[in-house]
Design a protein around this ligand. Structure first.
Ligand code: IDP
Ligand code: MG
Length: 149
């Protein structure tokens, strides 16, 4: 089983889309093993988006992601990284498939509602920025027998 880090960004929280995002993750069969709402710090945000430090949109990205409450999750399941990226859709919502979160619910790259790690290595790095080990719950879901062959 793979783990990934998922965030409902401040725009998603403001638009009342937390339940919509969580519902899609749960219905797909992925398991939420950590969950929290908070306003992330500048320090966390800069670590989280370190790969974009040279980009022209870096400052506005950091300002936005720290502007208000967001919802952070650790999500576990078979191919969780790739599946979660597909659930979210392409970065620019104009290119995101209908049926994805961004393809159904967003219009602008800078207000694209959700984040998900882009590789297992990014996932473990991002999970450690946002969660302590003790905040992650290891448990079986009773429907796993129906979800996995
Ligand atoms: P991702 O969220 O799909 O992984 P990244 O390329 O890692 O996309 O970019 C991180 C976030 O930075 C995007 O989700 C988006 O909110 C923002 N972003 C990326 N490119 C641009 C841009 O060209 N203008 C404004 N914001 C951008
Ligand atoms: Mg990214």
């Amino acid at each position: 089983m793979e783990r990934t880090y998922v965030m409902v960004k401040p725009d998603g929280v403001q638009r009342g889309l937390v339940g919509e995002v969580i519902g899609r993750i749960e219905r797909r069969g992925l398991k939420i093993i950590a969950l929290r709402m908070n306003t992330i710090s500048q320090d966390q945000a800069k670590k989280h988006y370190a790969e974009h430090v040279q980009k022209p949109f870096f400052k506005s990205l950091i300002d936005f992601i720290t502007s208000g409450p967001s919802v952070s999750m650790v999500v576990e399941g078979k191919n969780a990284v790739a599946v979660m990226r597909a659930i979210n859709g392409a970065t620019n919502p104009v290119n995101a498939s209908t049926g994805s979160i961004r393809g159904d619910l967003a219009l602008d790259t800078g207000r694209n509602v959700v984040h998900a790690s882009d590789s297992p290595e990014s996932a473990s790095r991002e999970i450690s920025i946002h969660f302590k080990d003790a905040e992650i719950s290891e448990y079986s879901r009773i429907d796993e027998i129906c979800i996995y062959e």
